[in-house]
Structures are given as structure tokens and as C-alpha cells.
Design a binder for this molecule. Sequence first.
Ligand code: NCD
Length: 313
Amino acid sequence: MRSGRTELKGRHLVEPGDFSIEEMSGLFSLAERIEADPAYLRESCRGKLLATLFFEPSTRTRLSFEAAMLRLGGSCLGFAEPGSSSAAKGESLADTIKTVSCYADAIVMRNPKEGAAVVASRYASVPVVNGGDGGHHHPTQTLTDLLTIRRLRGRFEGLTVGFCGDLKFGRTVHSLAKALSRYTGVRMIFISPPELRVPDYITRGGLAKAGVEYRETDRLEKVMGELDVLYMTRVQRERFFNEEDYIRLKDSYILTMEKMAAAKDEMIVLHPLPRVNEIALEVDADPRAAYFKQAKYGMYVRMALLSSILGVV
Ligand code: NCD
């Protein structure tokens, strides 16, 4: 069987389902190879340009993409502040994308509008990677999350994964739940206040149809001991309609060492970051806290992704 990577040349990544399990697995193997030998692929993107178009704030996604491209020997251009682009003059996304396609070999875009990435992919003549579209999807965070689980737990099959926090607006949750539903025997527990429950299109519209075992609760303590992976998320302030609701819900869950005491020894805690208040700083020293390792794996998997869609590997 081919690795799957070669077929990724020129492809867009808008949502996790765009790549097959085999293609993702090929990317994880490549990321692991890069991690083991940082010199591998070092100059492979020499002469290639990556455009990073960020219409919303970002630290990890943008910088890890830029670090990935620079480590592959390529270069980056773009904006991190939409006010400095012609979007501020009223230019359409289609026109921006058609223009940037003339300059760059691939585009990573983050946009507050759900569906913006699929629109961009229709107008681009180079591969488009979705760096987050509103509360919808964030497929490269999913690649990061899956690689972290694979590295630290060795498999996906049969794991019980708890998602905790803002499951309504948290795009990383939507993408990861969808991706994990493709592996056999993964159980999911969604832990959120009733107002921030995971959308129906993910649960009844997706997981139930795929035959995935899942349940919902508002009590983290009740399920802690069952989990193999705990995926914490922040309450997505920027997607709330009013500040009072945000203030009421923002501290719904705070993971402390006291709560960690009920967890399995081999459970891992993931968080896409940024953390606001939902994981107490004391947890960082626990060996089960994996969120900063996760940020590092994010760079390796983006190196694997870029070299594959640019067709240099
Ligand atoms: C996430 C995002 O932007 O959706 N951050 C990230 O990319 N690592 C999570 C978040 O903002 O809460």
C-alpha cells in the first residue's frame, strides 16, 4: 500500500473528513520521523511560499505553521491582523484568495465565519488549509490532538475520551470528535453546562449514525475515573452574544490536583490552548498534563502536512 502522503499533493484540508484514516496515519508517521530526525526534510520547501491569512487572533496555529514552513526551508508571508489587509476596505474573501493564490504556493486561513474555508478552497488555485472557521472546524488542531494521543497512548481504538468545557462553540472539539468517530471502539463523554452542549449535528447527526458510544453530563468529577484522555477547553468568549452569559459560565470547570486524584495514572490531559482559567497551574507539573507537548507535536504534524500538500516528500 502507498503511504497516502503522495496523494496529498495539491489537496485542501477544510475539515477532518477530507483526509482518509490512511492518509492521516501517513502524516503521523512522517511527523514522528521528523521529530526523531529534525534534519530530515530540512531544505525540502526551499523556494516555496506559505501565506498565513489570519482574520482572527492566534498564537499556536499561526506560529506553528510559520515555524514549520521555516524549518522546511520555505518562507512565509501574510497578515495576523485583518485590519491591515484589504478586507478592511471591503474586499471579498474570493478576491483576496484569488490574489494570494498568485503569490503563494499554499494558504493557511483562520476566519471567524463558519464555512469561510470551504469558500476559500473553491476560489484558490493552491492548497487551502483551514486554520479554524468560526465555531465550525479546526482540522490541523485535530491532527495535532491525534498525533499527541498516538504518541502518548499508542492507539486510538478502545479509548474513552472526555471533552470538557465549551462544547457548543469549541471548534477543536467538533473536529476531534468527528475524527475519533472513525476509529473502532472509541467512547466519548461530553462534559459541559447545559447551555454549552455539543451541537446536535455532531452527536445525533454524526456520532449516533456512526454507531459511536457517547453520553453527556455536566459533572466532571462523576466521570473522571473512566477517562483515558481528558480534553479540556476554554469558554469561547468571542462567540457569546452577551457578556453576562460568558461571566456566568466561564468558570464552570476548573481542573485541579484534587480532581486529578480521581483519574487513572495513565490518563492524559490535553488542551488546544490558550488556557484561561480551566486548568489550575498546579496541574502543569503532573506527568499526565500533556498540553505543552501537544503544542510541540502540532509543529511536527504541520511540517508533515505542508511537505505533503506541497508535494516535496
Ligand atoms: C483553539 C482555536 O483557535 O480554536 N486554539 C488553537 O488553535 N490552538 C482553541 C481556542 O481558541 O480555545
